[in-house]
Design a protein around this ligand. Structure first.
Ligand SMILES: NC(=O)C1=CN([C@@H]2O[C@H](COP(=O)(O)OP(=O)(O)OC[C@H]3O[C@@H](n4cnc5c(N)ncnc54)[C@H](OP(=O)(O)O)[C@@H]3O)[C@@H](O)[C@H]2O)C=CC1
Ligand SMILES: Cc1cn([C@H]2C[C@H](O)[C@@H](COP(=O)(O)OP(=O)(O)O[C@H]3O[C@@H](C)C(=O)[C@@H](O)[C@H]3O)O2)c(=O)[nH]c1=O
Ligand SMILES: [Mg+2]
Length: 289
């Protein structure tokens, strides 16, 4: 039996983790009511008392634009809490799996980012996520930092659901075409995390920072077009430059992630996001009926 303790309950990845049911694992998800990340000592105390074999942090401050006006709160949740969790896991000698983001990169060039490429976050969200990564590495326990990108699922707030809502109301929509990355289904992230957890549980875990994103890479405009085509929505996507879509936080133009390290060390391949998108659209359709 493998017991997995998850921080987060309502989010996209936490919800997907809760659905990763299997006869030989138990997954306990802690919502804000039981573990508030603005109280790092409380999060550490939970880990000090847990019987879990592995801890996954799936909670974060993810409002990219709002973070620009709430930097202290974003830092508390994205950096201070994971630091306390990672130290508590190191003290208990249990692995800590933490999720990070493509937004730790500055976005120059077009080559996919490798795990040890220099970071250079453009906004508060990315800066605080990078600080969280640094703290997890500094705790020096068994850990994996899994950087992913452009997460979508049937649950919670994400670009797919935004496009379905806006596309149903308008004949056309302007979407940035000069930011490129790999959309990643929350279900695929959950499966990858459980696979990594199993590797640690059986003594095959390798600590480090890894990339995991859906394939192939696409622009947000291209992603929107595929969403409308897959959902049968008649909404034309107009390509626009980032400069025509001003936002409080800057986003990287190049979010492509080189995922070869995860394939090498864990035999986890990049998921085909178009297939995963079809599953998400099916489950959203099921909810409406
Ligand atoms: N969304 C994306 O596109 C991407 C996300 N990531 C990373 O993936 C991970 C999972 O993200 P995702 O599932 O999309 O997140 P969501 O935005 O869907 O959910 C965030 C989760 O964090 C919880 N949370 C926020 N603040 C607190 C707090 N103070 N105490 C306890 N829980 C809190 C939320 O709970 P509540 O509902 O109570 O607010 C919610 O469960 C994060 O580390 C994120 O940085 C990486 C790349 C892309
Ligand atoms: C709604 C909308 C967005 N956009 C642009 C804005 C932005 O550049 C891009 C995506 O918009 P979003 O607000 O969904 O993206 P954003 O919230 O920045 O998504 C990010 O979230 C964090 C948590 C991550 O870690 C990243 O990997 C990434 O997924 O699309 C348009 O061009 N037109 C539109 O109508
Ligand atoms: Mg957003």
């Amino acid at each position: 039996m493998m017991h997995v303790l998850v921080f987060g309950q309502t989010g996209q990845v936490a919800t997907a983790l809760a659905q990763q049911t299997c006869a030989d694992i138990t997954i306990t998800c802690l919502g804000r009511d039981r573990a508030d990340l603005t109280d790092p000592a409380a999060c550490a105390a939970i880990i000090a008392q847990t019987h879990a074999d592995v801890v996954i942090n799936a909670a974060a401050y993810t409002a990219v634009d709002r973070a620009e006006s709430e930097p202290d709160l974003a830092r508390a949740i994205n950096a201070t809490a994971p630091a306390a969790m990672a130290r508590a896991c190191a003290a208990r000698k249990i692995p800590f799996l933490h999720i990070s983001t493509d937004y730790v990169f500055g976005g120059s060039g077009s080559r996919p980012w490798q795990v040890d490429d220099p970071t250079g976050p453009l906004g508060i969200y990315g800066q605080t996520k990078l600080a969280g990564e640094d703290a997890v590495r500094a705790a020096a326990g068994a850990h994996v930092i899994l950087r992913t990108s452009w997460v979508f699922s049937a649950h919670g707030a994400n670009f797919v659901k935004t496009m379905l809502r806006l596309g149903a109301m308008r004949p056309d929509i302007n979407v940035v075409a000069d930011q490129h990355g790999g959309p990643t289904a929350a279900d695929d992230i959950a499966a990858a995390l459980i696979s990594i957890a199993r590797a640690f549980h059986t003594g095959r875990g390798i600590s480090g920072t890894y990339h995991f994103s859906g394939s192939p890479n696409v622009s947000w405009a291209g992603f929107a077009r595929t969403i409308f085509a897959s959902a049968g929505i008649d909404c034309a996507v107009q390509d626009i430059p980032t400069s025509a879509y001003p936002t409080p936080a800057a986003r990287p133009a190049n979010s492509r992630l080189d995922c070869s390290a995860l394939a090498r060390d864990y035999a986890i391949a990049q998921p085909d996001w178009q297939g995963s998108l079809r599953h998400v659209l099916q489950s959203l359709q099921g909810e409406r009926q």
